[in-house]
Design a protein around this ligand. Sequence first.
Ligand SMILES: *Cc1c(COP(=O)(O)O)cnc(C)c1O
Length: 383
Amino acid sequence: MRFSTKAIHVGQDADPTTGATIVPIYQTSTYTQEAVGVHKGYDYSRTVNPTRLALEAQLASLECGTYGSAFASGMAATAAVLNLLSSGDHAIVTDDLYGGTYRLFSRVLVRYGLEFTYVDMSDLAAVRAAIRPNTKLFWIETPTNPLLKLIDIAALSRLRDASADLETRAVVVVDNTFATPYFQQPLLLGADIVVHSTTKYIGGHSDVVGGVAITDDPALHERIAFHQNSVGGVPGPQDAWLTMRGAKTLALRMREHERNAMQIAAYLESHPKVAHVHYPGLPSHPQHDLAKRQMSGFGGMLSFTLHGPESRALEFAGRLRYFSLAESLGGVESLICHPARMTHGSIPKAERERRGITDGLLRLSVGIEDCEDLLEDLETTLG
Ligand SMILES: *Cc1c(COP(=O)(O)O)cnc(C)c1O
C-alpha cells in the first residue's frame, strides 16, 4: 500500500457495531464487561480506546513502523521515549533543538540523573567524540529547528552500530515533526523510534495538540506503551479523531507546503534586504545533496535573516498580512516567528547565539495559501 492510501485506509475500517464508515469518537472512559474479566479487549480508556487505536495504526503505517503510541502532546511523547533511560544514562542530542525539548532535558530530566551532551550532529566526528560507555540514546531533529540543518540518519545509525564501547546498543530517535513521513521515513534509514508533535503537519490545521512515538521494535514498543499507560499522557478521543482526520490529507498538504516554500525561499534569497536563507531545497544549502538523498522533498519550513538590527526583524514580523505572528508550525495557514524571543526563548541567550539563533533570525511556516498572495505580502512588507 502506498502513502496516501495508507493515510486514508489503515486503522480506518468501518465501525464493527454500526457500519459507520468513519471511525467514531468513542467518548467513553470505561467499557462494560460481560462477566468479571470478560470483555472485548477494552477495559479503561487510559489503557486503550478504539479512536486512539485507529490513530496509532494510521500514523505507524505512514512511518513504515509497526507500532504507534499516541500522546496528549509532542512533549508527552518525548518524555515517554526518554523514560527508556535510567538514572546514570547518557544521551547525545542535536544542539539545534526544539526549545521545549531542550527545557525538558536540561531542567527536568537532569534532576533524575540523566546526562545530556548537545552536539552539532551534522558533524559525525563530533558525535563520535561525545560517545561514552553509558551513552544509551541519540536524539535528533532533522531538518533542525530553526536553522534547517540536516543530520545524516543512515550514517548516524551506522556510527551507533559501530560503537563497540557501548555496553548495550543505544537507540536512535528522530523527531520527524518538520519533515513528516511524507518526505522522510527515519525507520527505513536505521532509526529505532520516530517521534512527532502531531500538533504540527500531521494534524495540519492548528486546532489540536498531540504527539506520537512510532517504532518497529516490539520490545521498545512494549516499554513505551507501558509508560503511556503508567503515566497516562494520552490524547482524548476527540483529539485523536481530529488528528486522524488531518493526517488523511497529509500528502496533499505537504506537496503544497513544499511548492510554496521553494518559491518563497528562492524569492527571499534573491532579495537585497535578506542576508541569508536556510532551506534544504536551495542548491546553496550546505547539505542540499544530503537532503536530496535522505528526503523525498524539502518541506514547508524555512528561516532567514534580514540585514540590519533586531528591531527591523521584529517590525517586519509584525507587519505581514497573511503570515500570522505565532508560535507553532505546520498548519494550512502561514506563520512567522522570531525564534530568539518566541520558540527558543527558553534557551539562555549565550547558548542560543552559540548555536546561531541570532536576534535577526526569522522562521516561516509556509502555508498552503495561493503563493502569489504570500509573495506579494513579503514584497510589500520588505519594501
Ligand atoms: C512543537 C514541537 C514539539 C513539541 O510538541 P507539542 O505538541 O507542542 O508538545 C517537539 N518537537 C518539535 C520539532 C516541535 O516543533
